[in-house]
Design a protein around this ligand. Structure first.
Ligand code: ADP
Ligand code: ADP
Ligand code: ZN
Length: 215
């Protein structure tokens, strides 16, 4: 299954990605995670990406598209993949289509997680990430058993640098301007699946899995 997760910052893409990839045994490809890993390792790509990410802006298409194209050529993507946070612009979407065409592949679904703007800031500002394993929590909606400690690996939970109210608000505006047009783009292609992302995490997950299984 070849799938994309679309939705504004804080919609729950990363959270639901975990359920989807377990259910369908496909790799989770998050461009945000790949950039953060590069920043951690101090690579050239990481240094460039950080300048944009800290400001809540999109990393330029040239950098992002090449990265994803290389990733999709890896063996583990042969039977499908879940793209999380890519594409985010029409240019990226066109480039993805071209890359898939050249591999004789096509997208099956675009899962569009819908959440009202007024809920997004609270979701993103309350987000905490395990510094060791990357697991996502929320201070109110998805708390760890012990404050500040990862349930899975006992790692320390940190806040992302771009999860401040100011930068999240900026990212939501960038989403509206540059990414939201993709909803129409994929609706016209007839592959969009709209999901109510305001329900509790487990219900959203069940709804996505049911729709992907064609129920
Ligand atoms: P969120 O899910 O909260 O929107 P991500 O982890 O997906 O956050 O992305 C964090 C940041 O990484 C974005 O604000 C942007 O700067 C950069 N980024 C991630 N994916 C892309 C992409 N496809 N194109 C451009 N920039 C991206
Ligand atoms: P995205 O990848 O779209 O930016 P995340 O999956 O990281 O979003 O979720 C953002 C924050 O909101 C996280 O702290 C997560 O635990 C929380 N969250 C995700 N889905 C829900 C939900 N359905 N209800 C309440 N909180 C949620
Ligand atoms: Zn952890």
């Amino acid at each position: 299954m070849r799938t994309i997760l679309l939705g504004p910052p804080g919609a729950g893409k990363g959270t639901q990605a975990e359920t989807i990839v377990n259910e369908f045994s496909i790799p989770h490809i998050s461009t945000g995670d790949i950039f953060r890993q590069n920043i951690k390792e101090g690579t050239t790509l990481g240094k460039k990406a950080k300048e944009y990410m800290d400001l809540g802006l999109l990393v330029p298409d040239e950098l992002t598209v090449e990265l994803v194209k290389d990733r999709l050529l890896k063996d583990d993507c042969r039977n499908g993949f879940l793209l999380d946070g890519f594409p985010r612009t029409i240019v990226q979407a066109d480039a993805l289509e071209e890359a898939l065409n050249s591999m004789n592949q096509k997208l099956d679904y675009v899962i569009n997680i819908e959440v009202n703007a007024n809920l997004l800031v609270e979701r993103a500002v309350g987000r905490r990430i395990c510094k060791d394993c990357g697991q996502t929590y929320h201070m109110t909606f998805n708390k760890p058993i012990k404050d500040g400690i990862c349930d899975k690996c006992s790692g320390e939970l940190l806040q992302r640098k771009d999860d401040t109210e100011e930068t999240v608000t900026k990212r939501i505006n960038v989403y509206k301007e540059q990414t939201e047009p993709l909803i129409k783009y994929y609706t016209q292609k007839g592959i969009i699946v709209n999901i109510d992302g305001e329900k509790p995490i487990s219900e959203v997950g069940e709804e996505i899995v049911a729709k992907l299984r064609g129920k």
